[in-house]
Structures are given as C-alpha cells and as structure tokens.
Design a binder for this molecule. Sequence first.
Ligand code: NAD
Length: 340
Amino acid sequence: MTHRVTLIPGDGIGPELAEATTRVLDATGVGFEWESVEAGESAIAQYGTPLPEPVLESVRRNKVALKGPITTPVGGGFRSVNVALRQALNLYANLRPARSMKGLETRYEDVDLIIVRENTEDLYAGIEHMVGPDAAESIKIITRYASERIARYAFEYAVANDRHKVTAVHKANIMKLSDGLFLESCRTIAADYEGRIAFEDRIVDNMCMQLVQKPELYDVLVLPNLYGDIVSDLCAGLVGGLGVAPGANIGTLAAVFEPVHGSAPKYAGLDKANPTAMILSGALMLRHLGYPDEALRLEVAVRDTIAEGTATTYDLGGSTGTRGFADAVVERLAATPAAR
Ligand code: NAD
C-alpha cells in the first residue's frame, strides 16, 4: 500500500531536512508518495501569500502532512503560517515527546516526558490591538470545549501508551477565569479516569523549576497553548536540544508532523542542521498511519546512530552534515531486518 502524504519543505533549513527525512522514511519500506507543496517565504513570490489554498487543499485531501519549519517575521509582517495551519485544519492537539538518548551530553539520563499542548486558542488566537499609540492588548481565549478536548486527548494518550499520570499546568492563581477554566476542565475529565490514570496540577512557574530539578517525577503534561510552547522547548533542552525534538499536530480530520524547532535561517543550505527532530516526527507519523513496528525500528536506528557518535551533527558535538546523518540512519535501517 502507498500512502500519499503532503510534504511541506518550508523555509530556511526546512528543504534539506525534508529531503533527508523523506529519504529515511522511504528506507523503512513503507510506501510513500510525497505531494510537495510550497508554504512560507517561497510561496509568497508565487502566490502572494505564505499559506496558499493548494496547501490546505492538499492536507485536507491526504489527511497527513510532513512539514518543515516556516519562518515567521518578528513584530510586523504576515501572521505565523504554523499557527494559521493549525487553526485552519483544527489540529487541536500538539504532541511533543521529550525522551533522553544515549550519547547526548545532558543533565539527566532518564527523562521521558510527553507534552500535550492545546493548539487552537489562548494568546495564539492572534487577537491583538493597539489601545491608543502607547499601549497594546492581546486577548487570551480559553474555552471549556477546547480545554476538555485537550485534557481528554492527554488522558486517552496516557491510557493507550501505558502512561500513569497526567499533570495539568496553569497559572490559575493569577488568571482565575481563563486558566481557572482550563484547570476546572482538566479536573472534570480527570474524574472519568480516576483509578486508572493519576492526576495532579502545577502552577507553570513552579512546573518549570520542578522540570529542571526533578524531571523524573513527571509523565504526561497537558498545557494551554502558550505555556505548552515554552515548556516544550524547556523539555527539549533537557534531552539534547531542539535538533532532536519531534512534534505532531493532531486533529479529527488531518494530522501534520513537524519538528519543534524553527527554520534556523543562519544554517540554511549549509548541510549542517540536524535532521533528527524531523526524522523522529516522521516516526510519529508512521505510528499515526498504523506502522508501530516500523516507527520503532526507525527510532532505534536514529538512537543507535546518535549513541555510536561517529555521524552526529554540530549541535550534538559532531561534524557530520545533514545528508551524512541521514545516510548513516539509512545504512542502519538496511542492516536491521523489518519486523514484517
Ligand atoms: P530556531 O528553532 O530556528 O533556532 C533556535 C536555535 O536552535 C538556533 O541556534 C538554531 O540554529 C538551532 N537549531 C534549530 N533547529 C536546529 C536543527 N535542526 N539542527 C541544529 N540546530 C538547530 O528558532 P528561532 O531562531 O527562534 O526561529 C527562527 C524562525 O523559525 C523564526 O522565523 C520563527 O518564527 C520560526 N519558527 C518556526 C517554527 C515552525 O515552523 N513550527 C517553530 C519555531 C520557530
């Protein structure tokens, strides 16, 4: 069977990571037909917009996309394509695993966290305005519907993946209405899983300190959009940095798999960036498509390549390029027989 997948190479280092990742995914033996579409800076010249309709059409049709990072101008300029894509396709759950790997110099060796970030509302709704010339207002939207939906996703993920605890992260002591509603929604859903999955909550600032000091105490974290974005980078830092942090955006009608990191423009075209995060996002995609054995085989090939340490990229202390790392993973896959 061949899976048609929308490929969005993106900006900066995106195209070279996409090339490396599709080559590795093809080497797993799963059949893919890559439908490549342009979004981001490269789309503006051709379509006059960074998120042209053919991109959304393609993802809606194929239901699955693999995406590289897309540059978002700071301050002025167009709105984030990444946020717009998640909102347009209602990709409500952002899943970001952070797991220690052998061979990486990090403060801890046994981090195994799952970050579940609400992906459609909060301050990312993008509702901002100036109040006169010298003040600006951003509106934070939290609804019971979206909060209960993301909490249920986190608990269902815990059940399906043999996890034991969900921690809701918030600032309900200060934002009593918005974060208060998020926490109340998590508590409502937690009641349905009582006796099966433990539940607790943490205030976000304390959570950051606890994660830095005792990450082993935590399992699945569920957070509103902004805290989820920030805490997932913190967790990426605990396990070796952005170069190794994968992600998935899941909705009811489509799913988009992408690394946590951005377009790192200063490394664009230099064959330097680490493709691990995008390759591991590809492994999450394999699971989503129903290939858990192939996903595991790919994850093991990546982990073993990194543990061996002779073909790692600059960010992990090595001197191999993007292509060289992908070659090493492909070689390892060829040496590991497929389970089926
Ligand atoms: P970034 O993730 O691009 O870079 C942060 C740091 O990590 C840099 O030092 C970079 O060189 C390094 N880095 C990132 N990915 C790497 C990789 N694969 N291998 C090795 N090193 C890597 O973050 P930034 O500089 O804040 O953002 C750059 C652009 O990316 C911005 O326009 C931002 O809006 C955008 N962005 C896009 C996404 C997305 O597409 N989902 C996510 C985050 C940022």
